[in-house]
Design a protein around this ligand. Structure first.
Ligand code: XLS
Ligand code: NI
Ligand code: NI
Length: 436
C-alpha cells in the first residue's frame, strides 16, 4: 500500500523532557490515572472532514493545501486514497477513534441510489481497515447542509421533498454507522435555523425538526442500532438563529417533544463560546442534567468571533473540562473528537501531526491535573463548605418541604439578619494555578 505520510513514523510518548516535536510529552496511552488508562479516559477521535477534507479555503480565497491523496480526477479514486491515508494517519498518531459525515468519505453521485452505492463501497473498505488497525468509530453523522438542496435547511426546510431527502440521508448514515460499529450518531443542525422571520414559520420548523428526530429514534430501534444519539448545539453560523442554540435550549426542546430519553449532548468548545458561554459552563450544565455524551474538542478565537475550529491548546480549559468530565463519571460512549483543522497557512502534511499531538498532550495534562484536584478534594471541600447550611437543620427543613413561606418568615423574625460569607474566588483561582 502507498505510504501517504512517509516523513512520520508512529508517534510515541517520550516524556516532558523530550524535544522531539513528533513525540508526546504528556499523553502516555497506557499510563493509569484514577484506575483507567489515559486512552480509556480520553477516547481521542480524529475527524475526517477537517483532517482530510479541509484544504484551507475561507470566505476570501480557495484551497491552499495540497495533499497527495487528492491526486486524481476520479472522485472515487480520491475517496479510496483518502481513506487509506486516513487510516495510516490514525495508526501513526495513535487515536483509537474516528468520526465522519457520510459525504466526507464518499462523494455524491447523480442520484441517491448511486450515492448510496458509493458509500457501500467505501464503508466495506473502512470496515476492513478498522479490523486491520483496531480503529473504532466514535460516531457517524450526515452532511445535510453543504449541498445546494439544503440551502433552507434539512428537517426545517419549507419543502417536504427536501425533508424527505434529509430523512433518506440520515437513514443511510445510521445504517453505515451501525455497520461500522459506531458508538454514537450526531445530529448537528447545519442549517436548521433561519435568517429572517419574514419568510419563516418558526413553530412549523421546530415541529418538523422534532419529527425528523422522532423518525430517527424509531429507525434506530427498527434496525437495532445500539449507539447513543447526540445533539450538537451551536447558536449561529451558518444561519443567524440556529435552533439548537445551546445545551439549555436543546434540553427544553427535547423535553417539549418527549425526546429527552433518547439524546445526549455533543458539546463543542467553540460553539459554547459562540453562545457566549464557557466551554466548561456547557459541560457543567450537561453533567448537572445527566446528558453529557461526547465532546468536540477544539477552541475558538474570541477576537474573531466565528467557528474557527482550532486545535485545543489552553491548559486551564482542558484541566477544568476534564475535572467536570471526571466528576460526572467520565465518558461512556463518547470521547474527545478533534473537530478542528489546521490553519490556512499550515500547509504541510506534518502540521496535521503537530496539531493532534498538541491537542492530545494538552488534554493529557488536563486529565492529570484534574485527577490531582479530585484526589486532593480542594474544590470539593470549598464547595461543600459554601453550601454547608443545606445539610444543617434549616436547609434540611427547606429541602424536605417541612418549612414553607410561613415557617421561613417565622425563622427570620426569630433569628434576625443572616450571615454572609466570602466566595473566595481569588483564593480558589490561586489553588487552581497550583495544579497547572
Ligand atoms: C460545525 C459542526 C460539525 C459537526 C458535525 O460547526 O461542529 O462539524 O461537529 O456535523
Ligand atoms: Ni462539531
Ligand atoms: Ni464547529
Amino acid at each position: 500500500m502507498t505510504e501517504y505520510f512517509p516523513e512520520v513514523k508512529k508517534v510515541k510518548y517520550e516524556g516532558p523532557d523530550s524535544k522531539n516535536p513528533l513525540a508526546f510529552k504528556y499523553f502516555d496511552a497506557s499510563e493509569v490515572v484514577l484506575g483507567k488508562t489515559m486512552a480509556e479516559h480520553l477516547r481521542f477521535a480524529s475527524c475526517y472532514w477537517h483532517t482530510f477534507k479541509n484544504l484551507g479555503q475561507d470566505q476570501f480565497g480557495g484551497n491552499t493545501i495540497i495533499r497527495n491523496y487528492n491526486d486524481s480526477s476520479d472522485p472515487m479514486k480520491v475517496a479510496d486514497m483518502t481513506l487509506e491515508a486516513a487510516f495510516e494517519f490514525f495508526t501513526k498518531i495513535g487515536v483509537d477513534f474516528w468520526c465522519f459525515h457520510d459525504r466526507d468519505i464518499a462523494p455524491e453521485a447523480d442520484t441517491l441510489a448511486e450515492t448510496n452505492k458509493r458509500l457501500d463501497t467505501i464503508v466495506a473498505k473502512a470496515k476492513k481497515l478498522q479490523a486491520d488497525t483496531g480503529m473504532k468509530l466514535l460516531w457517524g453523522t450526515t452532511n445535510a447542509f453543504s449541498h445546494r438542496r439544503f440551502l433552507a435547511g434539512a428537517g426545517t426546510n419549507p419543502s417536504p421533498a427536501i425533508f424527505a431527502y434529509a430523512a433518506s440521508q440520515i437513514k443511510k448514515a445510521m445504517e453505515i454507522t451501525k455497520e461500522l460499529g459506531g458508538e454514537g450518531y450526531v445530529f448537528w443542525g447545519g442549517r436548521e435555523g433561519y435568517d429572517t422571520l419574514l419568510n419563516t414559520d418558526l413553530k412549523m420548523e421546530l415541529d418538523h425538526l422534532a419529527l425528523l428526530l422522532q423518525m430517527a429514534v424509531d429507525y434506530k430501534k427498527k434496525i437495532g442500532f445500539k449507539g447513543q444519539l447526540y445533539i450538537e448545539p451551536k447558536p449561529k453560523e451558518p444561519t443567524k438563529h440556529q435552533y439548537d442554540f445551546d445545551a439549555g435550549n436543546c434540553l427544553a426542546f427535547l423535553q417539549k417533544y418527549d425526546l429527552v430519553d433518547y439524546f445526549k449532548m455533543n458539546i463543542e468548545a467553540n460553539h459554547a463560546t459562540l453562545a457566549s458561554h464557557d466551554f466548561c459552563h456547557e459541560l457543567a450544565f450537561c453533567t448537572a442534567n445527566n446528558f453529557l455524551g461526547s465532546v468536540d474538542a477544539n477552541r475558538g478565537d474570541l477576537l474573531l468571533g466565528w467557528d474557527t475550529d482550532q486545535f485545543p491548546s489552553n491548559i486551564y480549559e482542558t484541566t477544568m473540562a476534564m475535572y467536570i468530565i471526571l466528576k460526572s463519571g467520565g465518558f461512556t460512549t463518547g470521547g474527545l473528537n478533534f473537530d478542528a483543522h489546521v490553519r490556512r497557512q499550515s500547509i504541510d502534511p506534518v502540521d496535521l501531526f503537530y496539531a493532534h499531538i498538541g491537542g492530545m498532550d494538552v488534554f493529557a495534562r488536563g486529565l492529570k491535573n484534574a485527577a490531582k484536584m479530585i484526589e486532593e478534594k480542594t474544590f470539593d471541600k470549598a464547595v461543600a463548605d459554601r453550601y454547608k447550611g443545606w445539610s444543617e437543620e434549616l436547609g434540611k427543613n427547606i429541602e424536605s418541604k417541612k418549612f414553607g413561606f410561613e415557617e421561613l418568615e417565622a425563622y427570620i423574625i426569630k433569628n434576625g439578619e443572616p450571615k454572609v460569607q466570602s466566595g473566595k474566588q481569588e483564593l480558589l483561582e490561586n489553588y487552581l494555578n497550583s495544579y497547572i
